[in-house]
Every structure is written in C-alpha cells, then in structure tokens.
Ligand binder design. Structure first.
Ligand SMILES: [Zn+2]
Length: 506
C-alpha cells in the first residue's frame, strides 16, 4: 500500500493507513484518508473482523486431500463412498479420511473393521470420526500397527473389542495413535496448496483471524505460505503438549511472532468428547486423558516458561480438574490468559470460580446445535448447565467463540445464530442464549483478548489493525485484513441484469 485506503459505502466508513492500521472510523474517515486515497466501495455494516478462537487448520486442509465423509447419512453410504475412493488407490495404498458420524445414521452402532475391509478392498484404512476422538480402522491397518487380541488398551485410550475379544475396528482417544503414526503424509507442496484453499475458504466466511490447534506440520505450511505471499487471515498457533519441552528449550514465549503468524498457548486434552462418550463427568463416566499430577505439572511449567495454556475440557469433571490446576497460578505472569477449550458442561458450583481465577471460556456455540440430542441422551441431568454461554457470561467469565472446524462448520454466522436465537427457536434452555452484541464481542474482542491481541484487534478504533468483516442481509460482503481485501463477494451480476430487463411475458 502506498496510499491510505478508504472503505466507503459501509456503515461506518473506515480509513486505513499505509501500515494497515485504522486511521479513522465514521465521520472523519474521508478526510483522514485524504483525496488521493484508494477507495474500496462496499455496502452493509462494517464489524470488527471476526476471529475464530478454535480451529484445526490441518483438518481443514486434509479435507481437500483425503476422503471427506462429512454429512454422510448412513453406514451404507459411507461404505459405498469408501469403496469408490479406494478403487482409485494402489492395492496397498492407505485409505485416509475423516468426517463419519454414526450418531447421525439410522443405526448409530459404531461400524466394524469387517465392513471396512470389504469396502477398502483389504487396504489399510484410517478414518477419523467427525469429532476426532475415535477412528475406524481396517484389519490391514491393525496388522501393520501390531494391534491384536492381546494388545492392552493404552493409557487414556481404548481398543474396542468384539464378542470374541478381537479388535473390532474402533480405536478411541490415545489408541488412535497406534495407527495414526503409520499413516503417510502428503508432500509439503500438496499440503500447502490444500492449506491455501482452506485459508481462502475461511476468509470467504468473513474470518480475519483464527486460533489454530494444530501441529508443527501445519505451522511449517503457514510459514511457507507466508513466504510465498500474504496470508488471507491472521493465525495464532497453539502448540500441542508434546512440543512443550521443545518450546521450553528454545525459550519461546506466548506472543512470539508477528500479527500475521504467532505462537500462543500449549494445548492439552484433559478428556475426550461427548459424541465419543469420553467426556469426563463428575458422575465418574468418561475418560481422563491427562491425569491430575501431569496436568498440574504442565500448568506449572507453562506458567514458568511464560506460555499460555489451552486446556481441552468438555465434561464437568474435566472442567473442574482444569480449574483446580489453574487456581494457584492466578498471577502467573503479565500475559497469563489461561483458557479452557469447549467447557461444554460446567457444574454450577464451578461457574463463579471460573470467573474469579480469570479463566477464558473458549466455546463453540455450533456444538450445541449438533449435540443437543446427545446431551438429552447422555447428559439428561446436566443439560441445564451445558453450553451455558449466558450463565458463564453473567458470572463474569470472558468468552471467546469459535467453531472447532472441521468438526463443525467454520461459518461464524452459524455460530452467532446458535448463540443468540437458536435456543429459543429450538425450545432448548433459551435462558442460556446470549445477546447478539455479546456473541459478536466473543467473536471479536473476546477472541482477541484470549490471545493477548486486544490492543491490536477486536474493535474498530484508530491505531488498531484494520481488520473488518462487512456484512449485509445476504451475508458477508467483504473481508479486510490489515487494510487489504482478502475476500470480496461477487456482485450478483446476472440476477441484477435480468431483474432490470423488461419481461417479455407477464
Ligand atoms: Zn478442537
């Protein structure tokens, strides 16, 4: 940019300087931009750029590379899709995919390896469930991984068995790693192309930033894409717990990087998921994935290393353990912003403490829409405390909203709808819905705060980064990141022309 930019025609109008930051908002924007400004004509409302506080970018990229079973309506349909896909592969090629979701099938029983063996033509197959907390694997994959009748369940995971005690074809939680470790990865160039498409898709949904829960493979890809040109949105990276020793050794702290690509927290799993029946509940059900002494040690190490923590906790038991571990570290360091990811079920006894010790609730409203029936089935006694955005907000807990894509759609408009009007429409604990301004705040300032960027993003103020999501009744008009347009909706040229043309027939 060699001259300022004026985003005109939207409400409010906004001037961006050559440094990509906001010069002026509203009445003063035109004069602040000056007469020589580059003018981008828009319409609709300009919001602070929407930020998704929890996405899996590798998962989104992989969907462009592997078999995507999202939305498949039955086991039969899944098997026929697997068969068609497998037939394009060499006889010993891996069948890799994700997105199947037996809870949405007419028969919700978990599928078996025998079914998969036939569809995959005897190939090794590794198909992650939609929630990523279990995987459907074939006999060839089990054989390559050395999993057999006598193999013991690993700590924090499980191998489903059939009546004869043989592995049935479903691996849960940490047991997935036996096979996941063998799955071949695409070449960097292939991954980068798929990643670039995934990022462009997110920009088209109006997102100006994401908090990524990924691995070094994703981080490598974003760095290569960044070197190739501008990223279409900002990425804050949360490293997996397994990489904590490396972060400690190189001395990286939360916030290292720049506004486009930076490192923030350490992500750890305390439990599994509601869908996989592995959420750790106070009633004793579920699976603890990180035991309390290890969790306490991890939080202490992160606090000392000036790294933040993103603790995945879905069940009320896991949430309580997270709060127990975080409580002694209230003032760990100046940039301490501990987060609990998902917090899908929080005991009313823990809500006040959640706020008092300054823990951020990083939640994904769209999960409530997808999980409602499961909650009624598995959590009937706690549904009034589940996805309890309003109860947490009222208690003073800071909310950061996101999608958990590709587990759910990354569309922030769907998330805002879920958090605000959906509960009333669905007649499901409408008192837990929040207001539209509160939902927008959780997708903007709340998400910015959750990665220490509240001084740079989250509101439209002079001096902040010029990140905008411009929307009208039909959805996202434009996405602007650092004063640059990363997405612009195509004008509906054809329809406009035909509408203005005189009709030949009444
Ligand atoms: Zn997630």
């Amino acid at each position: 940019m060699i001259q300022p930019t004026l985003f005109a025609g939207c409400e409010p109008e906004i001037a961006a300087g050559v440094d990509g930051r906001i010069l002026a908002v509203g009445g003063g924007a035109r004069s602040a931009a000056g007469r020589r400004a580059r003018v981008v004509r828009l319409r609709g409302r300009a919001w602070p750029g929407l930020i998704d506080a929890h996405v899996h970018l590798e998962g989104l990229a992989d969907r462009n590379l592997t078999l995507d079973l999202t939305g498949v309506a039955s086991l039969g349909e899944a098997l026929s899709r697997i068969k068609t896909w497998s037939e394009t592969l060499p006889p010993d090629g891996w069948v890799i995919g994700a997105g199947w979701y037996n809870d949405a099938w007419p028969d919700s029983a978990f599928p078996t390896r025998a079914q998969l063996d036939r569809a995959a033509g005897g190939r090794p197959a590794f198909l992650r469930r939609k929630d990523g907390h279990s995987a459907w694997v074939s006999s060839a994959a089990l054989k390559l991984a050395g999993i057999e009748r006598g193999t013991e369940d690993p700590l924090g995971g499980g191998i489903d068995r059939d009546q004869r005690g043989e592995p049935a074809g479903i691996l849960r939680e940490t047991a997935m790693q036996f096979v996941a470790a063998l799955v071949p990865h695409p070449a960097d160039a292939e991954l980068d192309d798929a990643m670039a498409r995934a990022l462009a898709d997110l920009a088209a949904l109006g997102l100006t930033g994401v908090h990524a829960m990924d691995t070094s493979r994703g981080f490598g890809s974003w760095q290569r894409l960044r070197a190739r040109g501008a990223l279409p949105l900002r990425i804050t990276y949360n490293i997996p717990l397994a990489d904590l020793p490396h972060a400690e050794r190189i001395g990286v702290r939360s916030g290292w990087g720049d506004e486009w690509l930076r490192i923030w927290g350490v992500k750890a799993f305390l439990d599994g998921s509601l869908g996989s029946r592995t959420a750790e509940m106070l009633d004793g059900s579920g699976t603890a994935r990180l035991f309390q002494p290890d969790l306490v040690e991890m939080v202490g190490r992160c606090a000392r290393a000036e790294l933040n923590v993103c603790l995945h906790a879905i069940g009320d038991g896991a949430v309580r353990r997270a709060l127990d571990a975080l409580a002694p570290h209230r003032e760990a360091w100046s940039g301490w912003r501990p987060r609990i990811e998902h917090a899908q079920c929080v005991s009313p006894k823990d809500v006040k403490r959640f706020a008092r010790i300054g823990v951020i609730a990083s939640m994904q409203p769209i999960h409530a829409v997808a999980d409602r029936e499961l909650v009624e089935q598995y959590w009937p006694k706690v549904s009034a405390h589940s996805y309890a955005w309003a109860a947490l907000e009222r208690a003073g807990v800071r909310l950061a909203f996101g999608s958990d894509a590709p587990v759910e759609s990354a569309d922030p408009m769907a998330g805002i709808e879920a958090a605000t009007v959906w509960r009333r429409k669905a007649h499901w604990h409408p008192e837990l819905a929040i207001s539209r301004p509160a939902a927008l705040r959780a997708y903007t300032l709340g998400a910015a705060y959750a990665v220490g960027m509240e001084k740079d993003a989250g509101t439209l103020r002079p001096g902040k980064l010029c990140d905008l999501t411009v929307v009208d009744e039909a959805g996202v008009v434009a996405t602007v990141v650092g004063g640059q347009v990363s997405f612009l909706r195509k004008p509906p040229a054809a329809s406009r022309r035909s509408a203005s043309k005189p009709r030949s027939r009444p």
